[in-house]
Design a protein around this ligand. Structure first.
Ligand code: B12
Ligand code: SF4
Ligand code: SF4
Length: 362
């Protein structure tokens, strides 16, 4: 079978040109973290994210050939985004996770991956006269970025990109963890990279100690049911009362366990590409903005933003909670008005809680 290692340098240059800072190759075998993943799901740590629990999808995570039968190599790519400059501890402004401050990566990265695949096709296509029938296989590929049953962090470690930190994020030496992962499954043979067997967390446990809800477990996994990122994005119900205070001012996602990481403090740098520039509607989002929004307005305002995933109801719930935590008594009239007009029992419950908290009763 033909090996395409001769293209590796060109591939690296093209990937960088498209915004990917790092790239690694691995074989489509069972990812090293698969058994850990199964345990994690079985112990209920995936909370109510049903897409992580479906047995057919679990089987696809185990065996990438179930995603693309002809796969020979998985290319794992990292695309950096801009870490937010906001002060992590601030209570007087709603906080939005860095990854969600720019245009939605689910819109940007697939387009870049498709461009990459088209380019690769031109590189492997032999000139018509050189074509020996058996070797002239057309390119087959599948692309993923947070969009399918793929164990992205495990594959990235297997492809040598970096190590899994105690906060469960993949960390690239000299780069940190503020990046997205993406994969291209290819029917082309490449020599795999050496897996990242190092672990530079050492005795550090800053992320574990800084996590407001103490949801980072000792085996580099998260109890999602307590993670602010889960509670403010994926969770469609009310935020459990005992956790509302811990949410602080986070209204979408949470960066704390990455912000305190020495590998981010020391190394995270401005990405070369500016895909994820903060959108004006994110920059301008204040506590009171929520009052001026309704469902259609929300959809229009955040049509290009990852925030759409929380839905209007989720963003409103989170913002009400954050107002409750703000210690800003000037926001009482805002809460009072929300409570007076609110018909949704879940949101009304949060508004009443927030009024009590702002009044210093909780
Ligand atoms: C579900 C999910 C969540 C859940 C659960 C998170 C979690 N830690 O499990 C919630 C909603 C909480 C979440 C939050 C966030 N997420 Co998320 N999430 C995912 C998703 C869809 C699946 C993750 C998963 O399967 N978790 C279950 C655990 C058990 O699996 P795992 O995290 O892959 O961990 C494996 C490795 O640790 C491996 N392992 C452990 N030790 C070792 C050692 C070696 C040598 C090897 C090879 C492997 C290995 O075993 C584990 C099991 O397989 C992935 C995309 C994907 N398809 O993979 C994005 C993803 C992990 N999320 C991402 C991001 C950016 C975030 C947030 C930063 C967003 C935010 N700011 O709010 C936070 C970070 C929270 C945190 N500390 O993890 C990025 C992470 C990039 C990175 N640098 O790691 C991903 C990869 C999306 C992407 N394509 O970029 N997320
Ligand atoms: S994202 Fe926030 S809540 Fe979740 S593990 Fe990290 S610090 Fe804890
Ligand atoms: S804060 Fe420390 S323990 Fe946590 S991921 Fe970073 S280096 Fe590892």
């Amino acid at each position: 079978l033909q090996n395409y290692d001769g293209l590796k340098e060109l591939i690296k240059t093209e990937a960088q040109h498209l915004g990917f800072s790092h790239i690694g190759y691995c074989q489509p075998t069972q990812p090293p973290g698969f058994e850990g993943y199964q345990d994690w799901v079985n112990q209920g740590f995936s909370a109510e994210m049903a897409y992580l629990q479906r047995s057919d999808a679990i089987e696809k995570r185990r065996d990438p050939k179930k995603l693309l039968e002809s796969v020979k190599t998985i290319l794992v790519l990292a695309m950096p985004y801009q870490p937010s400059r906001q002060d992590a501890g601030t209570l007087n402004h709603p906080q939005i996770a860095s990854y969600a401050r720019g245009e939605d990566y689910h819109l940007i990265i697939p387009a870049q991956l498709e461009k990459f695949a088209s380019w690769l096709e031109t590189q492997i296509k032999p000139a018509p006269l050189e074509c020996i029938p058996l070797e002239c296989i057309p390119l087959e590929y599948k692309i993923y970025t947070d969009s399918g049953p793929v164990l992205e962090r495990s594959l990235a470690a297997l492809a040598g990109l970096g190590w899994i930190g105690k906060n469960s994020c993949l960390i690239i030496p000299g780069q940190g963890s503020f990046f997205f992962l993406a994969e291209i499954l290819l029917n082309l043979e490449f020599t795999p990279d050496a897996p990242a067997l190092y672990d530079y967390c050492g005795t550090c446990r800053r992320c574990i100690d800084a996590c407001p809800t103490r949801c980072i477990q000792s085996n580099k996994t998260i109890d999602s049911s307590k993670c602010i990122s889960y509670l403010t994005i994926e969770n469609k119900k009310g935020i459990p009362e005992e956790l509302r205070e811990k949410i602080g001012s986070w209204v979408f996602g949470c960066d704390i366990c990455q912000q305190v990481c020495p590998w981010n403090i020391r190394f995270s740098k401005q990405p070369a590409h500016s895909f994820f520039q903060t959108l004006p509607q994110i920059e301008n989002f204040g506590f009171e903005t929520i009052q001026a929004l309704d469902e259609p307005n929300f959809k229009k305002t955040f049509s290009q933003s990852p925030i759409l995933r929380a839905k209007f109801r989720g963003l409103k719930r989170n913002t009400i909670t954050a107002i409750g935590n703000s210690k800003n008594s000037n926001l009482r009239p805002t809460l009072r008005q929300i409570a007076a007009e609110e018909e949704d029992p879940m949101l009304l419950d949060h508004a009443n809680w927030a009024m009590d908290r702002l009044a210093g009763n909780l």
